[in-house]
Ligand binder design. Structure first.
Ligand SMILES: [Zn+2]
Length: 238
């Protein structure tokens, strides 16, 4: 389903503001090789994730709809809420706390035009309110921690599901190389200024993919958005 960018971002010209400020910098995007530059001088991403139990909750976007409890709105998802102080990342001396992670089917980011069955977004926030999202595409394969998290899905209009203690670091690939770019939230209000850090893919079982896709049978991903000249920066782990 195509979504339009907010009117303020689409408005162009005649106001005296620079063209630069009018160019949408939205997410997700198609990661095309020709737009990727390798830069080993960017500050590393330091991951400090602990072990914790989490709560898996259904995120509703259709509270006002009479059929909302049975209808799958395309911006809804299953979200694992992480207790404060359990996990954070640090980039260039700024600490971003992990607040929650959630899932999309198919993957929102594309890679050379291809999507994967699932994508996990780990949402971090700094003390100043800046957002940093780590995206991990998920492909069918051996069982992983994601299978533990999505073993039982929370029903819309039902109670959250308690997930027993997991090692949050095991949600990520061992190699913390990232492809970074400036983008936006992929659900309303599509706020820009989000720092995206895409990692290599992890595996999840076909059974878990099928369970998630049965709940979101029309998908819960936003279409890819134009790069509009943005560069994607690949930063090898260092
Ligand atoms: Zn997301």
């Amino acid at each position: 389903m195509l979504l339009t960018v907010p009117v303020a971002l689409a408005a162009v010209g005649g106001t005296g503001t620079t063209a630069q400020s009018q160019v949408p910098r939205q997410s997700p995007v198609d990661v095309v090789r020709s737009a990727v530059d390798v830069d080993r001088t960017q500050p590393p991403l330091r991951v400090s994730y602990g072990r914790t139990a989490v709560e898996l909750a259904y995120v509703r976007k259709d509270q006002d709809s009479p059929n909302g409890c049975r209808t799958r709105h395309h911006e809804e998802t299953e979200e694992a809420r992480v207790p404060a102080g359990t996990a954070h990342v640090t980039v260039a001396g700024v600490r971003y706390e992990l607040e929650q992670f959630h899932f999309h089917t198919p993957s929102e980011h594309r890679f050379g035009g291809h999507s994967l069955p699932l994508e996990m977004h780990l949402v971090h926030r700094s003390a100043e309110g800046r957002l940093l999202v780590v995206g991990v595409p998920l492909r069918p394969g051996p069982r992983s921690t994601v299978d533990t998290v999505l073993a039982r899905l929370s029903p819309e209009c039902g109670d959250p599901v308690a997930v027993p203690s997991i090692d949050l670091a095991s949600l990520l690939p061992a190699n913390h190389s990232t492809i970074r770019y400036q983008g936006s939230l992929t659900t309303a209000p599509f706020t820009e200024g989000v720092q995206w850090f895409l990692m290599a893919d992890r595996t999840v079982t076909r059974a878990t993919i099928a369970r998630f896709q049965t709940l979101f049978d029309h998908g819960n991903s936003r279409a890819t958005q134009p790069l509009n000249g943005r560069l994607l920066t690949e930063v090898p782990q260092h």
